[in-house]
Design a binder for this molecule. Structure first.
Ligand code: G6P
Length: 369
């Protein structure tokens, strides 16, 4: 067991630290910097379908659904195609409108999630093309799809998903870039810029992992609180959801992720001097707006933990803690900003004496509905 954990105390921590490598593995052979092109076998086989598609529907559950939400921002932004992100369990029972010009992207680490598999079968019966993004090779979902791309993150043992999430987001980023290129919505210059930036992500994740000690200290301050709020906007909204999910899964602290601006329609009522609020406030197009949201939290004495871009000295004066992550392009931010949130939930759970790798009531793959 301890050999399998490679010297780490838990599989989850090992998997968090594997991310520079697993992200690289998910890009291998796909992001070809020297040749200057992108390559994805599963995409090539269905290229015309992707080019002519009228809509993309993403179906998934749990953390994979959060990766799907990142894909909504990516695909709409880079490939200008409408995207709907569906909980597989809702989609399959809703009598959804599906046509032959829809592409369904099914995302699943295990490739065995019953609801996701059933959603695929439904979409197939209506004539949609199904593209799978799975981690486990040869899994049921991988076999049920028309085409797809494996995430190549390696086995994920910790029940709370970490490296599978960043691998899914990496593959979805490549897919959105390819689609944008083929649909003519992404200029060569912009595509090239994104490729160069994506190539630097493993190193930036490596750098974000150096925050581990700092984050452990923050965890010690908050490990006894009953509630947490996570806020983000744009590409960081799904990251806020994922941060909250990680915390509740393994530490059993109640946590809610919310779009930062939507806070005023509810969660703001919960904010007082006892409420920790994690705000993801990296330098991007919604930065100024997020800063105003931080001020709204501060005005109600909420305890702010802000994930910011390196060198940010504006938020430092407003937050109780700031966590500085390396700068990257807006579309790639989730790959970096999620890292400190994974570490925060991990350390809080360890301090609370929780079974991090096998949290109560949860299963690694849910093969019943
Ligand atoms: C379970 C796991 C989660 C996972 C979800 C979807 O709830 O505990 O970590 O995100 O299933 O699993 P999948 O294998 O389809 O990605």
């Amino acid at each position: 067991d301890s050999i399998e954990k490679g010297g780490y105390e838990h599989f989850m921590l090992k998997e968090i630290f594997e991310q520079p490598r697993s992200i690289m593995d998910s890009m291998r052979g796909r992001l070809e910097m020297n040749a200057g092109h992108l390559n994805m076998g599963g995409f090539r086989a269905y290229e015309q379908k992707f080019v002519n598609a009228q809509r993309i529907i993403v179906v998934a559950c749990g953390t994979s659904w959060h990766a799907g939400l990142v894909a909504e921002y990516l695909l709409e932004d880079l490939a200008r195609i409408p995207v709907e992100v569906e909980y597989a369990s809702e989609f399959r029972y809703r009598n959804p409108v599906i046509t032959e010009r829809d592409i369904v992207i099914a995302i699943s680490q295990s490739g065995e999630t019953a609801d996701t598999l059933a959603a695929i079968e439904l979409a197939k019966s209506k004539g949609a093309t199904i593209f799978g993004i799975c981690n486990v090779v040869g899994s049921s979902i991988a076999r049920a799809t028309d085409a797809g791309a494996y995430t190549h993150a390696g086995p994920e043992i910790g029940v709370a998903s970490t490296k599978a999430f960043t691998a899914q987001v990496t593959v979805l980023t490549l897919l959105a870039m390819l689609m944008g290129q083929k649909r003519g919505t992404l200029t060569d210059t912009k595509l090239r810029e994104l490729m160069v930036e994506l190539d630097t992500i493993p190193a930036k994740v490596e750098k974000a992992l150096l925050l581990d000690d700092e984050i452990r200290a923050i965890a010690a301050t908050f490990c006894d609180v009953p509630n947490f709020l996570y806020l983000g906007r744009g590409y960081n909204f799904p990251v806020a959801l994922e941060g909250a999910l990680k915390l509740k899964e393994i530490s059993y602290i109640h946590a809610e992720g919310y779009p930062a601006a939507e806070m005023k329609h509810g969660p703001i009522a919960l904010i007082d001097e006892n409420m920790p609020v994690v705000v993801i406030a990296t330098r991007d197009s919604s930065y100024e707006k997020v800063v105003s949201n931080i001020q709204e939290v501060k005005a109600r004495k909420g305890r702010i933990i802000a994930v910011v871009t390196e060198g940010d000295d504006v938020i430092r004066d407003m937050a109780e803690f700031v966590i500085e992550v390396p700068y990257t392009s807006e579309a790639l931010v989730p790959l970096v900003s999620v890292i400190p949130l994974q570490l925060l939930s991990y350390h809080i759970a360890v301090m609370r004496g929780c079974n991090v790798d096998q949290p109560r009531n949860l299963a690694k793959s849910v093969t019943v509905e």
